[in-house]
Design a protein around this ligand. Structure first.
Ligand SMILES: CC(C)(COP(=O)(O)OP(=O)(O)OC[C@H]1O[C@@H](n2cnc3c(N)ncnc32)[C@H](O)[C@@H]1OP(=O)(O)O)[C@@H](O)C(=O)NCCC(=O)NCCS
Length: 151
C-alpha cells in the first residue's frame, strides 16, 4: 500500500496527538497531555511560515508517522536553522523507510526556507533513535539541552 509523506492539516490533529502520546511515553523529559498537544499542534498549523508538520499517510489507517520542523535564526550559521521535533512512526510501520522519508521532507522544507542546518534532540537512552540518526549521517554534538519553566 502506498504511503504518502505530505503536510499535515487541522483534521489530522487527533491522529497527531495519538502519535505524540507514543513519543512522549518514550522520552523521559516529557509526558503525554492531549490538551497541550492539541494547543501546540494548532499553534504550529496556524503559523505555516514558522514551521511545518509532515505526516506519513496510509489510505486505510490514516496517519502512521509524523515530524515537525521549526525555523530559528542561528548567529553561528549566520542564517536560519531548523529544529526537527516530533519524529515518530507507529510501531508496526517502523523499519520500512518512513522515518527516513519524513526526515528528508522536513530537511527539504527547512532548506527551501533558507535553513543552513537542521538539529534535533534525542533522549540519551533512546538507543534505537540514536542508531537511526547515526545511520542517516546526523552528527552528535557536545551540547547538552537545559531547560527552565517560566510558569
Ligand atoms: C526512530 C524512528 C522514527 C525510525 O523510523 P523508521 O521508519 O523505523 O526508520 P526507517 O525505516 O526510515 O530507517 C531508515 C534507515 O535507518 C536504519 N535504521 C533504523 N533504525 C536504526 C538503528 N537503530 N540503528 C542503525 N540503523 C537504523 C534503517 O535500517 C534504514 O536504513 P536504510 O534506509 O539505509 O535501509 C522510529 O523507530 C520510531 O518512531 N521510534 C519511536 C519514536 C522515537 O524514538 N523517535 C525519535 C525521537 S528523537
Amino acid at each position: 500500500m502506498t504511503i504518502e509523506i505530505e503536510p499535515a492539516n487541522h483534521a489530522d490533529i487527533p491522529g497527531l496527538i495519538a502519535l505524540l502520546g507514543v513519543l512522549f511515553s518514550i522520552e523521559q523529559d516529557f509526558r503525554p497531555d492531549a490538551e497541550k498537544q492539541h494547543r501546540g499542534l494548532a499553534l504550529l498549523l496556524n503559523q505555516p511560515g514558522r514551521g511545518q508538520i509532515f505526516v506519513a499517510r496510509e489510505p486505510e489507517r490514516g496517519i502512521v508517522g509524523m515530524v515537525s520542523a521549526q525555523l530559528v535564526i542561528s548567529t553561528a550559521a549566520g542564517a536560519a536553522s531548523a529544529w526537527i521535533e516530533d519524529v515518530v512512526v507507529i510501531e508496526d510501520c517502523r523499519g520500512t523507510g518512513l522515518g527516513r522519508r519524513l526526515l528528508e521532507a522536513a530537511t527539504a522544507w527547512a532548506s527551501s526556507r533558507g535553513a543552513k542546518r537542521v538539529q534535533l534532540l534525542v533522549d540519551a537512552d533512546n538507543h534505537p533513535a540514536l542508531g537511526f540518526y547515526r545511520h542517516l549521517d546526523w552528527e552528535p554534538t557536545r551540547l547538552l539541552a537545559w531547560r527552565k519553566f517560566t510558569d
